[in-house]
Design a protein around this ligand. Structure first.
Ligand code: HSE
Length: 407
C-alpha cells in the first residue's frame, strides 16, 4: 500500500469537507501535509498557521507525492495540475471545467510523467460513475447515457416546482449552501452539465470533445408560467445531459426536457444527481446520489485518494473509438416560451401542435429541425426558454434512426 503525502489546494466547500472526511476515515496511509489557499484574509475553520499561500510550497516539495486540487479557478488549476504532473506527483482533481477543456493534453501528460490522474468528484459528486464506466463497462456494450449532472439547476428546478420563490432567490440559496459555481452562469446555462457530459463521453464512448462541439441549452430563462404549464400537463422540467450511440457515432448535448413521472429524472430532487446508463445487454441502470455539497463531493475525492493507495489509474480502454455526430437532418419536438411574443418568430417551426399568445407570456410546441438549436441562437435570444418536449430525445433519435435505416 502506498503512503500518500497530500498537498491540498483549496479549502472551500469541498477542500474543508475533504479535511474532515479524511480525518474521520480509516485511511491511515494518507495525510494532508500542506494546504495552499489564495486569500489570506478569509476566515476558515483552521488557524491561519495551517495554511500556506505559495503554490511552490506544495509543487516543489519532494515529500508530497499526491496533489489534490480543489479550487474553482480552472486557469489556476491548469497550472497547478500540469506542474504537479511534470514534477512527478499524482493528481486528484474535482475541476470539471479544467478537465473538459484540456482532456487530451492532461491524459498525454499523465502518461508522459507516469503519474495517476483521477477525478471522480468532477462528475455527479458522490456517484461513482467514472469508476463504473472504467471498470464495469470497459467493453463496447454501452448504448446511451442520460444524466442530471448539475445540483444547482436541479435544486432550482425542484424548488420552483414547489414554492413561490423567485429564480434569483433560490439561486442565492444554492450559492449560500455551496452548490453553485462562483460564476453561476456555468450552472444555469448548462456549461457545468456539459463539462461533466464531456468527461462521461470519454469514459463511456472513448470520445475526446471540445466544449464548443457539444450544445448546451440552460434554464436561465425559465419562468413560473413554464413550471405551471408543465405541472398542468403532468410534467416536470429537468436539465438533462444526453448521449446516444448509433453505430460508431454518438450524439451528445445538454438541454432542458419535459419529463413524465415514468421517465428518467422525474423523481430526482434538489441537489441530487442521477445517471441512467443503458447497455446492449445489461439494459437500463440508474445511479443516484448527491451531486453537490461539501461531504458528498469530498467522499468522491476520498475514494480517489483511497484508490491511489493501491496505484489505481484510469485505462481509457475505449479511447478514440467512436465519433461525435450532430445530425442536421433530425427533427425534434420542442417547447419554446418567451415574455416577448415576437421572439417566437426566431425559431422556424415545421409543425405547430399547440400555441399560446398573450402580451406577457407566449409559448409554442412543435417540431423543428435540430440544426436550429445552436449556441448562437441561445446567446442571441436571451428571452427564449427552449426545452425538449415529448417522449424524450433518446426515443426520438432512436425512432428517426430506425426510419433512416428502413428507407
Ligand atoms: N456547481 C456544481 C453543481 C457543483 O451544482 O452541480 C458540483 O459539481
Amino acid at each position: 500500500m502506498n503512503k500518500l503525502n497530500i498537498g491540498l489546494f483549496g479549502f472551500g466547500c469541498v477542500g474543508s469537507g475533504l479535511y474532515e472526511v479524511l480525518n474521520k476515515s480509516n485511511l491511515l496511509n494518507a495525510t494532508i501535509n500542506k494546504i495552499v489557499v489564495k486569500d489570506p484574509t478569509k476566515k476558515r475553520s483552521l488557524s491561519p498557521s495551517a495554511f500556506s499561500y505559495n503554490k511552490h510550497d506544495i509543487l516543489d516539495d519532494p515529500e508530497i507525492n499526491l496533489v489534490v486540487e480543489l479550487i474553482d479557478d480552472a486557469e489556476a488549476a491548469y497550472d497547478i495540475v500540469t506542474t504537479a504532473m511534470k514534477n512527478g506527483k499524482h493528481v486528484v482533481s474535482a475541476n470539471k471545467k479544467l478537465i473538459a477543456e484540456h482532456l487530451e493534453e492532461l491524459i498525454q501528460l499523465k502518461e508522459k510523467y507516469n503519474v495517476s490522474f483521477l477525478y471522480e468528484a468532477a462528475v455527479c459528486g458522490s456517484i461513482p460513475v467514472i469508476r463504473n464506466l472504467e471498470e464495469y463497462y470497459n467493453n463496447d456494450s454501452l448504448d446511451s447515457i442520460q444524466g442530471i449532472c448539475n445540483g444547482t439547476t436541479n435544486y432550482i428546478l425542484s424548488r420552483l416546482d414547489k414554492e413561490g420563490k423567485s429564480f434569483d432567490e433560490i439561486l442565492k440559496d444554492a450559492q449560500e449552501v455551496g452548490f453553485a459555481e462562483s460564476d453561476p452562469t456555468l450552472d444555469i446555462d448548462g456549461f457545468d452539465s456539459k463539462f461533466k457530459l464531456q468527461i462521461l463521453l470519454l469514459h463511456a464512448f472513448g470520445l475526446i470533445t471540445r466544449p464548443e462541439e457539444v450544445l448546451n441549452l440552460g434554464i436561465r430563462n425559465i419562468k413560473q408560467s413554464d413550471i405551471r404549464f408543465a405541472q398542468e400537463k403532468g410534467y416536470r422540467i429537468k436539465l438533462i445531459s444526453f448521449a446516444k450511440k448509433i453505430g460508431e457515432e454518438v450524439r451528445a448535448f445538454v438541454a432542458p426536457q419535459f419529463v413524465r413521472d415514468d421517465s428518467f429524472g422525474y423523481n430526482v430532487e434538489n441537489e441530487f444527481n442521477a445517471v441512467s446508463i443503458e447497455g446492449l445487454f445489461a439494459d437500463r441502470q440508474l445511479f443516484t446520489g448527491k451531486g453537490a455539497g461539501s461531504y458528498p463531493t469530498a467522499s468522491a475525492v476520498l475514494s480517489d485518494v483511497s484508490a491511489l493507495q493501491f496505484s489505481y489509474d484510469y485505462e481509457y480502454r475505449k479511447f478514440k473509438r467512436n465519433k461525435l455526430k450532430w445530425n442536421d437532418e433530425y427533427k425534434i419536438r420542442v417547447f419554446v416560451s418567451t415574455s416577448e411574443q415576437e421572439s417566437l418568430q426566431k425559431i422556424e417551426f415545421l409543425t405547430v401542435e399547440e400555441e399560446f399568445i398573450s402580451s406577457h407570456y407566449s409559448y409554442r410546441i412543435g417540431e423543428i429541425e435540430i440544426k436550429q438549436l445552436n449556441h448562437q441562437l441561445y446567446r442571441e435570444n436571451p428571452e427564449l426558454f427552449i426545452s425538449f418536449f415529448g417522449e424524450g430525445i433518446l426515443k426520438d433519435l432512436q425512432k428517426q434512426e430506425e426510419f433512416v435505416l428502413a428507407h
